[in-house]
Ligand binder design. Structure first.
Ligand code: HEC
Length: 359
C-alpha cells in the first residue's frame, strides 16, 4: 500500500527544471469545453450539463487544488462528476496538471475568499476557523455512568467571502436515577444561534483565524435536565494551521458566559492535531485526529477538566462532500464524576452537491 499526500498537498507536482505553460495546456486541452475565460464554452450547452465557472470565486476558492488535480488526472467520475469531463492522466504529466490547475486559479482574482486548502478536516468538538456551507448531525452518547445521548442538528450558511451564520438544534435524552428506579427524559435542548468571521487567512503560510460567537437560548427544560435554564453567551477565537507532511493543527479558545450571574463562567481550550492522507494518488482523504480539551470554571475551587478525543474522519461519497467522523471523548481528570462518551458526526457539505449526488 502506498501512502500518498498528493490529494491534499498545496503545491506538489511542479518539479523539474522547466515549469510547463499552464495557459497553453489549458487552451489546447480544456478551453474547447471550459472556454478561454474559464466560464464554460457556449457551444458546450449541447452537453446539457452546467459547466463549472472558474471565475466564480464563491465556487472556485473553496475547492482545494488536490480535488481539481484529481478530476483533471482521473476524469469527472473520480470525484463523482460526469464522465463528460475526460481523464488527462495519460496525456499530461503531474507537473503539467499542476500547471493547468494553477492557470484555473487565475480566473478568480478576488483574494478575500479563503482557499479550500485552509478548510481543514472538522474535529468532533473544536470549531473550525473556515466559514462553511454545511449540515451536520453530531451525537455524543455516554458509555459509562448515567445514560445521556446528546444529538445536535447543525446548519451552517456562508455569507460572502468570510462570514458564516449557524443554527444548532439539540435533542437530548438523559437518564435520571433515584435510589430505587431510573427513567429517561428526552426533548429539545438549548437552541444555539451563532456567527463567525474569518479575519485573517494566508494560503502561503497555511493559516486561517476567525472570531465567532454563539448565543444559547434556554429552550431546554432545566428541571428535566435538558437545558441550562439561562441564556449563555459563548465568544471564541478559532485558528487553523497547516503543518509539514500534510499535518494540521486547529485551536479554539472559548468562553462560556451565563447571563445568570451566580453561575460560574467557564473558559475552554480546545486543540486538535491531525493528518490528512490518501491510500493512493488522487484518492480520498482520510483524517485521523486527536483533540485535547481543557475546561476551567472561573472563581471555582474545582480542578481543571481535561479530555482527550481520538477520532478519524472518513469521506463516504466520492466527491467527499459527505463524511463521517467517529471517536471517543475520554476524561483524563475527575474521572469518577465524568463519563466517557462515544462521539460521531455525519457531515454534508451541501454547496458541493445534493445528498444523492457525487457517489
Ligand atoms: C470534453 C469536454 C471537456 C474537456 C476537454 C475538459 N473538461 Fe473539465 N469538465 C467538463 C465537464 C462537462 C465538467 C463538469 C462535470 C460535472 O459537473 O459533472 C468538467 C469539470 C471539470 C472540473 C471540476 C470542477 C468542479 O466542479 O469542482 C475541473 C477541475 C475540470 N473540469 C478541469 C479540466 C481541465 C484542467 C481540463 C483540461 C486539461 C478539462 N477540464 C478539460 C468537460 C471538459
Amino acid at each position: 500500500m502506498m501512502l500518498s499526500a498528493v490529494a491534499w498537498a498545496v503545491d506538489s507536482g511542479a518539479t523539474g527544471s522547466t515549469v510547463p505553460d499552464g495557459r497553453a495546456i489549458f487552451e489546447a486541452r480544456c478551453a474547447a469545453c471550459h472556454g478561454s475565460d474559464g466560464k464554460g464554452a457556449p457551444g458546450r450547452a449541447a452537453l446539457k450539463i452546467a459547466m463549472p465557472d472558474f471565475s466564480d470565486c464563491s465556487f472556485a476558492s473553496r475547492e482545494p487544488d488536490g480535488d481539481w488535480r484529481a478530476v483533471a488526472h482521473d476524469g469527472g467520475p473520480a470525484r463523482g462528476f460526469s464522465e463528460l469531463m475526460p481523464a488527462h492522466g495519460k496525456l499530461l504529466s503531474e507537473a503539467e496538471i499542476a500547471a493547468v490547475v494553477k492557470h484555473l486559479r487565475s480566473f478568480c482574482s478576488d483574494r478575500r475568499w479563503p482557499r479550500g486548502e485552509l478548510n481543514l478536516p472538522r474535529p468532533l468538538v473544536t470549531e473550525k476557523a473556515f466559514p462553511e456551507d454545511e449540515a451536520l448531525i453530531t451525537t455524543f452518547a455516554n458509555v459509562n455512568r448515567d445514560g445521556e445521548v446528546a444529538t445536535d442538528l447543525l446548519f451552517e450558511k456562508r455569507i460572502g467571502p468570510r462570514a458564516m451564520l449557524e443554527i444548532a438544534l439539540p435533542v437530548v435524552a438523559v437518564e435520571q436515577r433515584s435510589a430505587t428506579s431510573s427513567h429517561w427524559n428526552a426533548g429539545v435542548g438549548d437552541v444555539g444561534l451563532g456567527a463567525k468571521y474569518a479575519f485573517f487567512h494566508s494560503l502561503e503560510s497555511g493559516s486561517i483565524a476567525s472570531l465567532g460567537g454563539e448565543l444559547k437560548i434556554p429552550t431546554g427544560d432545566e428541571d428535566r435536565g435538558l437545558g441550562q435554564g439561562t441564556v449563555v453567551f459563548e465568544p471564541y477565537l478559532a485558528a487553523g494551521q497547516r503543518l509539514p507532511w500534510n499535518s494540521f493543527a486547529q485551536l479554539q479558545l472559548l468562553g462560556e458566559i451565563p447571563t445568570e450571574r451566580d453561575m460560574a463562567d467557564e473558559i475552554q481550550l480546545r486543540l486538535a492535531l491531525g493528518n490528512a492522507f490518501s491510500l493512493r494518488p488522487h484518492g480520498r482523504v482520510l483524517a485521523p485526529m486527536v483533540e485535547m480539551i481543557g475546561a476551567w470554571k472561573l472563581g471555582d475551587e474545582s480542578e481543571t477538566d481535561w479530555d482527550i478525543v481520538p477520532q478519524i474522519q472518513v469521506p463516504l461519497s466520492r466527491r467527499q462532500h459527505i463524511r463521517v467522523d467517529l471517536g471517543v471523548r475520554i476524561p483524563l481528570t475527575n474521572t469518577d464524576e465524568r463519563a466517557t462518551r462515544f462521539g460521531a458526526y455525519l457531515l454534508w457539505d451541501w454547496f458541493d452537491g445534493g445528498l444523492l449526488d457525487g457517489w
